[in-house]
Design a protein around this ligand. Structure first.
Ligand code: 5CA
Ligand code: ZN
Length: 435
């Protein structure tokens, strides 16, 4: 599947920088994410690539600010690593076949393929407007079906999956084959059962060995699209195996970051990890399970099923600067569940215009020390509130100066290259903001 056009990434001058530390949901703590490379204080181009898999959209409606916030979070990680000279292999999926897509298409009397294509195209446009660095591979579930079929076949052949005896052809993963199950989400069984029922699982379905066993392959049903599953019979893939198969095939047995919103903590990422680990014998599947907080509106999580959505494309159509949207969404820490409000956007717009004013100055104090501190703050589990206040302080000082006359040409402290121009390239490279 086509990805989108990459924004330019300015190169920044070197400063000492710590390795990126991220909160890992499995270990429930912040740990330095040095990947498979050595833990050094400055990462260099010699490091092995960092690998990141982010769970992308199910394209049955337009991209909302919750999706945008999650994509921006992983964009910050991507940008941090690239700035550090670390190559990044980044993969994102599109769940272009699943129940919600079929339900929405049926409701609107539309072709589900056309619906998926249209919303995916709009997502790409929104990502480009938000200056999100595109994944190296942007992969659909449908195009991955042969791979998924092979993986499910392997689980079935080795007795780690079973076919339901009710004639549907549905194949389930046998959780008895995954003794580590639960390590990623750290939830008790009652909570798992509740979330499974809420988030696409079927704990009450008769005939399953364990209520939490997740679906791997859904046998063909009348009126539903189906693909050739070889020995599995015709059908379509389950959700968690989609992400496990794509990540394993494109990134290898162990990845650095498995990412998404915190609504994917369970069952999605727990089950994907269980599938991957059972297939490879390697655990953990991801060194860091990174979850972004939910963006809500009027007190409830923004979600397509609730309909309380603010679309990125609507804001673009209203002439809202994408940089202001980015600034609003990083004003609080990425792991917080937070609300979208008019005030949040207004504050971001005001901040953006002050930063732009400072970026237009002919000369100003050196920005280099701020760049160093910004890198340190980002390395501390993406502390964007601190990043914004560091930059605010510099901008305030630059704008408050009675005259810039004293700075112009006053040695390295006063050159544009280290002052306003470095502000511009720093926020461009690290935060994805064009001033
Ligand atoms: N296709 C699956 C993942 S494989 C999916 O969850 N699709 S989605 O369209 O529902 O969400 C796309 C991404 O946005 C996921 O990473 C999800 O966790 C995240 N997301 C969804 N709603 C919100 C929200 N309100 N706030 C923050 N992130 C969200
Ligand atoms: Zn996923």
């Amino acid at each position: 599947m086509d990805s989108w056009t990459a924004p330019d990434l300015p190169r920044l001058p070197d400063t000492a920088r710590p390795p990126l530390a991220l909160y890992d949901s499995a270990r429930q703590g912040v740990h330095p994410a040095t990947g498979s490379g050595p833990a050094t204080t400055t990462m260099t181009t010699g490091s092995p690539p960092a690998t990141m898999y982010v769970c992308g959209i199910t394209p049955y409606d337009a991209t909302h600010l919750g999706h945008a916030a999650t994509m921006i979070t992983f964009d910050l990680i991507n940008r941090f690593w690239r700035d550090a000279g670390r190559p990044v292999r980044y993969v994102q999926n599109v769940t272009d076949i699943d129940d919600p897509l079929l339900e929405r298409a049926a409701r609107d009397g539309e072709d589900w393929i056309v619906l998926g294509m249209r919303e995916t195209a709009l997502f790409r446009e929104d990502m480009e407007a938000l200056r999100i660095v595109p994944p190296e591979s942007y992969v659909g579930a449908v195009e991955s079906i042969p791979d998924i079929v092979a993986r499910v076949g392997e689980l079935l052949d080795t007795g780690r999956a079973y076919r339901l005896a009710d004639g549907t052809g549905d194949v389930y993963f046998d959780l008895a084959a995954a003794p580590r199950f639960g390590y990623e989400s750290n939830l008790d069984r009652a909570e798992m059962l509740r979330l499974s029922a809420d988030r696409g699982g079927d704990p009450d379905r008769p005939g399953k060995r364990d209520a939490l066993d997740p679906l791997l392959w859904r046998g063909a049903r009348d009126g539903e699209p189906a693909w050739d599953g070889g020995p599995l019979g015709p059908g379509r893939p389950g959700w968690h195996i989609e992400c496990a198969a794509i990540a394993l095939s494109l990134l290898g047995d162990t990845i650095d970051v498995q990412g998404g919103g915190n609504d994917l903590l369970f069952p999605h990422h727990e089950c994907s990890a269980a599938h991957a680990e059972t297939l490879t014998g390697q655990a953990p599947f991801a060194r860091y399970y990174v979850h972004a907080g939910m963006i809500g509106l009027h007190g409830t999580k923004m979600s397509k099923s609730k309909g309380n959505l603010v679309f990125v494309s609507r804001l673009r159509a209203d002439g809202v600067a994408s940089a202001a949207v980015r600034l609003a969404l990083i004003a609080d820490h990425y792991r917080e569940n937070r609300q979208w409000t008019d005030d949040l956007l207004k504050t971001a717009e005001q901040r953006l215009s002050r930063w732009r004013e400072a970026a237009a100055l002919a000369a100003a104090p050196s920005f280099t020390p701020v760049l160093a501190e910004v890198r340190v703050a980002l390395a501390a589990d993406l502390d964007t509130p601190r990043v914004l206040s560091l930059i605010d302080e510099w901008v305030d000082a630059a704008l408050a100066a009675p005259s810039t006359a004293g700075w112009g040409g006053a040695g390295p402290e006063g050159t544009g290259l280290e002052g306003p121009a470095l502000l511009r390239s720093t926020v461009d490279a690290l935060l994805g903001l064009r001033l």
